[in-house]
Structures are given as structure tokens and as C-alpha cells.
Design a protein around this ligand. Structure first.
Ligand SMILES: [Zn+2]
Length: 437
């Protein structure tokens, strides 16, 4: 049975979907004002793996990840580049989609844009005010945190620690410093008419409303990076509790951070490496392999050496697969048959809170078996089993076998049989250059 860590209970729980064999999952997506960095790529990869695995074990998954396309940072960027905000968001949404593909992830089933839900956000805000959970001040509308009895339960383990990281917005207007903005009054940049004046929805309200509108009821999994626990997820949850009468999600999943030189990679610290830069230097799937090589709740301390090491390992994996594929093709021994014992082991490891590092160990074991297997029928079964696993992880390399390569391989085998070692070495070099050895 699948077990997953729930941030809310701080424990690994058996996963039970609300509806049988169906999973609804919402992951907070990017604010589109710049290219994504390696840290931003972590949830894009992890939740794609989780979705693929849930489907693999028979769930029908609806995966939603939003695009935040109204935000102060977008307005600042538009001013800086002297173009319209909508041009900024269109450009960076496209680039985000391109990077998602490049990282080997499928696009989520729905990618709602916050700006498409503004009228719903206004209605939701009105309702919060009518119910007494929000109030109007000169700066806008604020949520009354004190009225949610279990406020802080999601992030409580280190709420003070998290609080330190939160920008304190000086607003003496608020009833309680913890109250957050549901509607911000402003006419600077993209602004919408509302009963309280021109302004924009608050970020925490955007996600709460999109969840409410798209799913209409409690969802199975709500996810994001660990830095979203507080205040973002705590505040999304608080609004759903009072407005929608459910705590938004059963399971809260958070992906650990990616550090560089022991410091969190972030735009504000200017210590980031962009995904588009890394994939110019390395195979994007080698980068994905590096991410999967770490458990999703374990922080990654990124360095060039670490990436180099994983890129070399991934190259070895690719060569082993291609070599096996060549032998299987020559023997015309392709099969769809898999090794059930190995697939059971795979499920067992993934069911243990998505233990991808242990799956990588299993993959190495399969490759070892492949490298020494002389029987092509059996080799084909191991190859197919490995392929199924790599497909779930999204790291199966793509390659095509040309006739020329096949001929070279046959000639190489012949030369070896005839003990023409000089010729065999030359042919082997050719195959190695093309990655088939
Ligand atoms: Zn969100």
C-alpha cells in the first residue's frame, strides 16, 4: 500500500483517496516574471513523478498547477522592461512550459491562470466579509486569522522560524499582525474594479479560489515547495476551512529545498542557476536523474561537481541500455514481458513515501544483470522491466537504432570471432563514439 508523508500530521500515512481510484492534486505553480532556476524545477519534477506513479498503480489523476500572472514582481519587471504585464506573463509562461517539457515532465492536466478567476475571487472575498471572516481597511481587505481555531497547525513545527523569513508589511490598519491581504487596493499596474476600489487579489486567496472553482470539494493532495508551508499554504487552508467548510486537502506534500553552497537557491539572494543554463551544458534527463537521486524530502546541496557526477552516471546508464537494445535488436528478441518480482520491488520502494534513491539502487542492480546476461530472451525481459521503471520516473533516454549501427555491431562481433582485434577495436571505437558501448 502506498504511504506518503503528510506535513499536516508530520507522519507517513497510508494513502487513501477520497474517491476510489481517483486522485485530485493541486500544486502551487510559478509566478511568471522570470526564468525558472534549479530550485523551482524540483516540484516540477517531483510531482510529475508522483503523478506518473499514481497512474502506474491504477489511479485516475487530475493534476492542476496554477500560473500566478498577477503580482508585484510582474509589475516591477514590466516597468523595468517598459512593456505590458501581459507580455511579461505570456513570455514567461511559455518559457515555463518549454522548461517543463525539457525537464521530461508532462504538463499538468490544467494550468489555470489567476487572472482568469478574478471575478470569482471578488465574489469569494465578498462572501468572506459577509461571513465575518474578512474586513475592509484603507489598504484593502484582510482575512481575520484569529477566527480560525487551528490556524498554524500546518506549519506549527517552526512557525516562529518561518515568521522570520516573511516580509513584514507595516500596516497598522490590521486588527491582528497575522491577518493577511485578501484584496489589495492599488492602482499601480494591472488592477481590477471591485466593491472596495481598484486592486488585485492576494496570492493566498488566488489559490484558495482556484481550488474551490476547479475541484469544488476537498482534494487529495496539495503540494509545493517547503517554503510555501507558511504563510501561503497555512493561509489557503484557513480560507477553505471557513468558506468551503473543509480543510482544502487531506494530504499536504512539500518538496525540500535546493541549496547552493549550503544556502537556499533563490532569486532574491541572486545565487541561482537557471534551468535553461544547466540544460545547455548537460543532458536535461541527467539533471532530472540528479533530482530523483535525492529523496524529495531531503535537501539537495547543489554544486557543479555533484551535477558532473550524476551526468557521468547517467551516461553509463544510457550506454548500458543502448548496448542491451542493440543485442536485443540483432537477435530480434524484443518483448513486452516484464519481471514481476522486480516490478513488485519497484512498487514496494515507491510505496515507501516515494523512495526514489532506493529505486536508483534497484536500477543499478538491473543494469548489472543486463550487462552480464548472455541469453537475449532473458536480457529482453530485464531491459523491458528497466524501461517501465525509467518511464515512471521520466528518465528513460530516447534513442533510435540505425541500420548503419546495426551493421557496425555485426562487423564488430565478426571481427572478434575471427580474432581480428585491431579491426574489432576500431569498430568498437565507432560504436562507443555514438554511445552504443
Ligand atoms: Zn498556492
Amino acid at each position: 500500500m502506498l504511504k506518503l508523508y503528510n506535513t499536516l500530521s508530520q507522519s507517513i500515512e497510508p494513502f487513501q483517496s477520497i474517491q476510489p481510484k481517483k486522485v485530485s492534486m493541486y500544486v502551487c505553480g510559478p509566478t511568471v516574471y522570470g526564468d525558472i532556476h534549479l530550485g523551482n524545477a524540483r516540484p516540477v519534477i517531483f510531482f510529475d513523478v508522483l503523478k506518473r506513479y499514481l497512474r502506474f498503480i491504477g489511479y485516475d489523476v487530475v493534476y492542476v498547477s496554477n500560473i500566478t500572472d498577477v503580482d508585484d514582481r510582474i509589475i516591477d519587471k514590466a516597468k523595468e522592461l517598459k512593456i505590458k504585464e501581459t507580455e511579461i506573463t505570456a513570455m514567461y509562461t511559455k518559457r515555463f512550459i518549454d522548461m517543463t517539457h525539457a525537464l521530461g515532465s508532462f504538463l499538468p492536466d490544467h494550468m489555470p491562470k489567476a487572472t482568469d478567476y478574478v471575478s470569482h475571487m471578488i465574489d469569494y472575498t465578498k462572501e468572506l466579509i459577509d461571513m465575518g471572516f474578512a474586513y475592509v481597511r484603507s489598504g484593502g481587505v484582510y482575512f481575520r486569522v484569529g477566527k480560525v481555531s487551528d490556524y498554524g497547525i500546518l506549519s506549527k513545527q517552526n512557525i516562529e522560524e518561518l515568521n522570520k523569513g516573511v516580509r513584514i508589511v507595516l500596516d497598522d490598519d490590521k486588527e491582528d499582525p497575522r491577518d493577511f491581504s485578501v484584496w489589495k487596493l492599488t492602482s499601480d499596474g494591472l488592477a481590477y474594479d471591485s466593491p472596495w476600489g481598484k486592486g488585485r487579489p492576494g496570492w493566498h486567496t488566488e489559490c484558495a479560489v482556484m481550488n474551490h472553482e476547479i475541484f469544488g470539494s476537498e482534494i487529495d493532495i496539495h503540494g509545493g515547495g517547503t517554503d510555501l508551508k507558511f504563510p501561503h499554504h497555512e493561509n489557503e487552508r484557513a480560507q477553505a476551512i471557513v468558506h468551503d467548510h473543509h480543510p482544502l486537502a487531506r494530504l499536504w506534500m512539500h518538496v525540500a529545498r535546493l541549496d547552493i553552497n549550503e544556502v537556499k537557491m533563490s532569486k532574491s539572494l541572486n545565487n541561482f542557476v537557471l534551468v535553461k543554463e544547466i540544460i545547455q551544458e548537460f543532458d536535461p534527463l541527467a539533471f532530472r536523474f540528479m533530482m530523483i537521486g535525492h529523496h524529495y524530502r531531503q535537501p539537495i546541496n547543489y554544486s557543479d561537481e555533484l551535477m558532473d557526477q550524476y551526468a557521468k552516471e547517467y551516461d553509463k546508464i544510457k550506454r548500458s541500455l543502448k548496448k542491451a537494445f542493440l543485442s536485443i535488436s540483432l537477435a530480434k528478441a524484443h518483448t513486452l514481458e516484464t519481471d514481476h518480482v522486480q516490478l513488485d520491488l519497484f512498487r514496494q520502494l515507491m510505496n515507501d513515501d516515494v523512495n526514489t534513491p532506493n529505486v536508483i539502487t534497484q536500477i543499478y542492480d538491473l543494469l548489472k544483470q543486463m550487462n552480464k546476461e548472455k541469453d537475449t530472451q532473458r536480457l529482453s525481459v530485464i531491459y523491458q522491466t528497466t524501461k517501465v521503471i525509467l518511464d515512471v520516473l521520466g528518465i528513460m533516454p530516447l534513442y533510435e537504432l540505425s541500420d548503419e549501427t546495426l551493421v557496425t555491431y555485426k562487423l564488430w562481433e565478426e571481427a572478434r570471432t575471427n580474432k581480428d582485434f585491431e579491426r574489432a577495436d576500431r569498430l568498437r571505437d565507432q560504436l562507443f563514439q555514438k554511445g552504443w558501448m
